[in-house]
Unconditional design. Structure first.
Length: 151
């Protein structure tokens, strides 16, 4: 539990260094199950499983830092949702998440897991399709002063 808190404080410090207009994407194994119930604007209705004890800590972190969990916003078959298989393949959970700032939540177009048979690993790979459109910043040129022809 202590490692979790120290990690979250370091991550929070890193997020504060970045400004709010930066498209920040955080991916990782959070070891928390957010469940299949939507929660405000942070968690969507298409998660997997029932909430565990770390769920509320992850949700609180997301809310304090203006983050969203887009894994839970896309309706997928259950085989495309789970990211971890328990040893012996007796249960499957969604433990790995992508966190995106609320401002850029519409840039995430799809999130799904890929099952790779050649790799002996208990986590599945997951992929996000993100389309970011950058706005062209128009710099106003300094206008030349107009001559007063009447003078």
């Amino acid at each position: 539990m202590m490692k979790w808190k120290s990690f979250m404080t370091q991550l929070k410090k890193s997020l504060k260094k970045m400004d709010r207009v930066t498209n920040t994407i955080i991916m990782g194994d959070w070891n928390s199950v957010v469940g299949d119930e939507s929660y405000r604007n942070t968690v969507g209705p298409h998660g997997l499983g029932r909430k565990n004890h770390r769920c509320q800590m992850l949700i609180n972190f997301c809310e304090r830092n203006g983050l969203n969990i887009p894994n839970t916003w896309f309706r997928k078959p259950k085989r495309r949702l789970y990211t971890w298989k328990a040893p012996g393949d007796w249960s499957r959970y969604q433990l790995d998440y992508i966190l995106v700032r609320h401002r850029f939540r519409n840039s995430v177009k799809d999130v799904q897991t890929l099952s790779v048979e050649d790799v002996d690993f208990d986590h599945n790979l997951f992929v996000a399709k993100i389309c970011t459109r950058l706005k062209k910043i128009i710099q106003f040129q300094k206008r030349r002063p107009r001559w007063d022809l009447e003078k």
